[in-house]
Design a protein around this ligand. Structure first.
Ligand code: ZN
Length: 327
């Protein structure tokens, strides 16, 4: 059992002693009008010693559910009753956020391919470098809140390192404790925070809180529950986590494409467990006649659907998470 000491936490110029809360903006560069580009950062430093959790949202600038999760978590946390500390960055990708886009318009990059960052790189690399070296490396646990962009997706949690990787088993355990019920366990691409932080020994998860434009109340509630589960399980706050007895784990996705074009009538809902050959959807012509029956290519869970009920040939009808294992 690791022994922690009470310590002052500082990120750039934002400082909180044990028992204090601090928030402010850290400058990460300049905008094109020469004004500072700033990222909001909050620190809740508990009166009692304990581990440090790093929490971030909106690494993809249009993924807003995590922002609302951080708002609620910050309202609930009290330095007097907290063990350890929480460093929260509610809006990572400010450039993309202002543009209502996932990728930064400044360099066209996806922030979650830029970690651990590069101080001499392009705009997103520099922001990633700043956060990784000033905040993430102070943490014992890391949660990077995402969602499936603006397309419908189940609420799930991704573990992006394998069991053999550094912090692999601890990252998977963090995902189990988050307790959202569905885990996608597959090593992710280079540059993900959920790869870079475990490589530095920090267990990390990438919860995917549904997919919507703006805010989705159900996904936000599940995200808050997940963060509270982590805070309770690892001893930051009192209370018993609500972790499901059985959670689905899948290791890959099968993409199901339409052969014909037309309108999509769904037969299996998101979260449905389907068997290979089960009917997923029908495609209708503009007169309403069935022109194709689309079936599940494997046993699995219906993970995503497209945002609109119409498709061209070769567009994605659904994604199936497979094979199903339980933990
Ligand atoms: Zn994302």
């Amino acid at each position: 059992m690791k022994v922690y000491a009470n310590r002052k936490i500082a990120v750039a110029g934002i400082r909180a002693k044990p028992g204090e809360r601090a928030q402010g903006y850290a400058q990460v560069g300049e905008l094109q009008d020469h004004q500072p580009a700033r990222i909001p950062i909050a620190i809740v430093n508990g009166a009692r010693p304990g581990p440090t959790l790093y929490l971030q949202a909106a690494s993809d600038g249009d993924e807003l559910n995590g922002v609302a999760v951080i708002h609620r978590v910050l309202r609930m946390l009290r330095p007097e009753t907290l063990r350890g500390a929480v460093i929260a960055v509610p809006l990572v990708n400010v450039h993309a956020f202002h543009a209502h886009r996932s990728h930064s318009p400044a360099d066209g990059k996806k922030m979650n391919r830029c970690f651990p960052g590069n101080r001499h790189g392009s705009t997103s690399d520099r922001v990633a470098f700043f956060l990784f070296h000033n905040a993430v490396l102070q943490a014992d646990l890391c949660i990077d809140l995402h969602q499936g962009g603006v397309n419908p997706m189940i609420d799930e949690c991704r573990v992006r390192v394998n069991m053999k990787d550094r912090a692999g088993p601890a990252s998977f355990e963090l995902g189990r404790v988050f307790g959202i019920g569905y885990i996608f366990h597959q090593r992710g691409p280079d540059g993900q925070l959920a790869r870079a932080a475990p490589a530095a020994g920090i267990p990390t998860i990438d919860p995917e809180l549904g997919g919507t434009r703006g805010w989705d109340a159900v996904s936000i509630r599940k995200g808050v529950r997940g963060v509270m589960n982590v805070l309770q399980h690892y001893g930051f706050i009192a209370g018993k986590p609500k972790i499901p007895r059985r959670q689905v784990v899948v290791r890959r996705f099968k993409t199901v494409y339409a052969t014909r074009g037309g309108f999509l009538a769904l037969h299996a809902r998101l979260y449905s467990v389907v068997r290979r050959g089960d009917l997923l959807a029908e495609i209708h012509d503009p007169f309403g006649a069935v022109v194709e029956r689309v079936c599940a290519p494997a046993d699995g869970v219906v993970w995503t659907y497209p945002p609109y009920p119409m498709l061209a040939s070769g567009q994605t009808v659904a994604t199936i998470g497979t094979p199903i294992r339980y933990v």
